[in-house]
Design a protein around this ligand. Sequence first.
Ligand code: FAD
Ligand code: PYC
Length: 405
Amino acid sequence: GLGHHLRWEPAWERVALKPDYDVVIVGGGGHGLATAYYLAKNHPTVGRIAVLEKGYLGGGNTARNTTIVRSNYLWDEAAQLYEHSLKLWEGLSQELNMNVMFSQRGVFNLGHTLQDMRDIERRVNANALQGIDAQVLSASEVQQKIPQLDCSRSRRYPVLGASWQPRAGVAHHDAVARGFARAASRLGVDLIEGCEVTGMDIEGGRIRALQTSLGPVKAERVGCVAAGHSSELARMAGLRLPLQSHPLQAFVSESMQPVIDTVIMSNAVHGYLSQSDKGELVIGAGIDGYLGYGQRGSPHVIEHTAAAIIELFPQFSRVRMNRQWGGIVDVAPDACPIISATAVQGLYFNCGWGTGGFKATPGSGHVFADMLAHGRPPPLAQAFALERFASGHLIDEHGAAGVAH
Ligand code: FAD
Ligand code: PYC
């Protein structure tokens, strides 16, 4: 019955690494692939482009995240960047001719204390000024929209209200990576899997070539988009980035009938959940506190997260959990990305998206492509340069990160 599937065409062309390129992007996650796509599409004069990925395309944090997409950040710089991305999500399935399953089912950020509610009101007011859809809901409005949520006053941390972004939601992580990969390949980008960058050749203050597990490759410009491994790449260039790499975990339950039709996040009890189209509850919480590169995480974080979810939804105490995993997130001191040139000419970094970069995938690729093409940041990226760690103009988005770190 499945015989006709045997002749499926590969979604992207498998090509050998060439000895030189005009632009090399290191890291074939969603951000790297989006960068390559927008570079080839919007800036075709840049020339030959390659994406080098040490594993398989989209197998890093892109494959491991819990797919929440929203733009309700506090400060204008961040809110505008994430809103740019959200607008791109809204047309992405058409743009890529691939259903990325972007489902605008809304995101709730619950408030459990008076201070939570003050923070929620402040952020919703900021969002209103930024032109971003956001509302403050009372506890009874939350209860109406999420009847399964335990909003009783007798809970240890009763729900006092929430912020709600109706245009927010979830998308399919693999579909996004594959959509950008296929579209970039069709525009002539070389996508090279199993190719680890192991060194950088720098002469006269300029990047000249990369050493890789498949041999050397010359490059005029290099864009590093390697999430949790960005510090490792920076070290190859003799640079130190203000980043820490931590495990961040998630887990999913057995599949069940539709029970939750939105996304619910709680910073105070600290857990969040949604339900996938397969019927699994998709659950996560904060980072593991230690630094590390093991894509696993520790059991006590799972226990804490499960306790938080049961605090919100006591009926889920009987649901069995199916799978657990971790990814390595690159956390900057202000919980905001780094989109920046470096002291090495021709070498750029797009990293520091930490626990919240999936939602930014199209927007990040779009602005970073512009930066690689013109050698300077477009307006939306200007605030995210490395200089902010020297000038002190940090953009503190810890409160909006949704995940404790
Ligand atoms: P990645 O997908 O990790 O891509 C980087 C790639 O670089 C990897 O494929 C890696 O193999 C490659 N690489 C590294 N070093 C080298 C090298 N030397 N040579 C070649 N290739 C290299 N964000 C949200 O917005 N919403 C969420 O709900 C959300 N949930 C999350 C839940 C978890 C459990 C985790 C771990 C993260 C979550 N995030 C979320 C964050 C989000 O996943 C990341 O910010 C985002 O996916 C980063 O995308 P990327 O393409 O930069 O990284
Ligand atoms: O950034 O919204 C987010 C998020 C949710 C879970 C992990 N990150």
